[in-house]
Design a binder for this molecule. Structure first.
Ligand code: ATP
Length: 210
């Protein structure tokens, strides 16, 4: 999957957050958007995910050379972000089962394996509303890591994670763009924490588009 942005701009009321963004984002690698608080990292990630309308410019999704219609972009993307909520009333097992009805997991992964991978096998039958903020963050990241989607978007990925959780993130995130993986994904990160993206070859300062 490739995503191409041409002359992309976003304005909230009278304020331009960024303008004239030019990007060609290619599968099999990662890109991290950096910049101070309020610079527009989350806004740009949501635009690239097709979940916020663009004010000007053009976005194109291409899967194996074929243009994907905007109505189908959401099928290509898994996103973990602080502003996206989990369904609190479901248990972890129920959430994993529900999630698979619209976004399958990668081959061979069952709910049990994923709960083990999340280090949450003890909490499979607990409702998400009783999870700690770090446990919820692990679930959000897991849904993004383990779903079979060409694009993975992670905004502030290690927020609320303890040392063990951050180590787990480091281990998992590298798998996404491992060249020996059968279908390498496109990984997009929004971050202010260098240790979240120290492996990433493409670090892009968003303030260049102010
Ligand atoms: N719905 C909205 N309406 C008006 N302004 C908004 C809206 N959402 C975001 N903004 C503004 O857009 C700017 C960019 O916000 P954004 O959350 O994208 O920044 P960020 O770089 O992700 O920040 P942080 O590092 O704090 O997460 C901010 O000035 C913010 O106030």
């Amino acid at each position: 999957m490739n995503i191409v942005a041409e002359q992309l701009g976003k304005k909230y009321r009278k304020e331009w957050i960024f303008r004239r963004v030019e990007l060609t984002l290619t599968a099999g690698t990662s890109y991290t958007f950096v910049g101070p608080n309020g610079s527009g990292k989350s806004t740009l990630l949501q635009l690239l995910a097709g979940s916020l309308p663009i004010t000007e410019g053009k976005l194109t999704y291409q899967l194996r050379g074929i243009t994907v219609e905007p109505d189908n972009w959401f099928r290509q993307i898994s996103i973990a972000a602080p502003y996206l909520e989990l369904i609190e009333e479901l248990t972890l097992d129920e959430l994993l089962t529900f999630h698979q009805t619209f976004k399958p997991f990668k081959a061979g992964l069952t709910s049990k394996i994923i709960a083990d991978q999340l280090l949450l096998s003890h909490a499979r039958h607990k409702e998400i509303k009783y999870f700690s903020s770090g446990m919820k963050q692990r679930v959000k990241l897991g849904l993004a890591f383990f779903s079979d989607s060409p694009v993975v978007i992670l905004d502030e990925p290690t927020s609320n994670l303890d040392r063990q959780g951050s180590d787990w993130y480091q281990e998992q995130v590298r798998q996404l763009i491992n060249p020996s993986t059968k279908s390498p994904q496109l990984l997009l990160i929004g971050s202010n924490q260098p240790e979240e993206y120290d492996f990433c070859p493409n670090v892009i300062d968003i303030t260049q588009w102010k």
